[in-house]
Design a protein around this ligand. Sequence first.
Ligand SMILES: O=C(O)[C@@H](CO)OP(=O)(O)O
Length: 229
Amino acid sequence: MKLTIVRHGQSVFNQSNIFTGWEDAGLTEKGIEEAKEAGRKLQKYGLKFDIAFTSVLTRAMKTLYYILEETNQLWIPVEKSWRLNERHYGALQRLNKAETAEKYGEEQVHQWRRSYDVLPPLLEEDDERQAKKERRYQLLDQKAIPSGENLKMTLERVTPYWMDTIAPQIKQGKYVIIAAHGNSIRALVKHLENLSDEDIVNVEIPTGIPLIYELDDKLKPTNKYFLEN
Ligand SMILES: O=C(O)[C@@H](CO)OP(=O)(O)O
């Protein structure tokens, strides 16, 4: 069984080096091109999909759209869930990463960005960046909406979605593509590969490069590669 995972193409916030999280930054021209190129690679290697999963953030939904368009598979079912959203970056959202490193130090920022369990500073209840103010999250249990997340919290909301919704589709023999985000993908990679809290610190997910997992019937990876060329 094969599973394809793609991180969205470059976003406007990626380009400007800004903490993004649940902010709904759009794709840059380069990001759109990365998404289309991912589609062309998948087409070249003959990868076909039966169902797609993505987040409720525009950069991932659009990346998926361009991939499906390039591979003539816009007709397949697409399920969107907040559970595949990027990790919520709390009060760091909209701040410049380099300026934040100057203020708090490189090591602190590295901990916030890559550690498994260090929390970023949380948003205050009345902060205008609170996701609960957005219509797209209105129907969720409001208690489930974070004010900031570490990778551990991200994994704790990604993994149930994987187990209950995505994994059963793969077990039925369907070819699945997931278009998501750097840290929701790191959470999934940690779960799939059973990586330690220390080892996940060094895992980076590039934008727009399809990551293919070959899985056994218990969905344990037997092989993993990026479609680079
Ligand atoms: O800003 C973010 O939301 C993420 C992904 O772009 O950044 P980081 O590299 O810090 O995980």
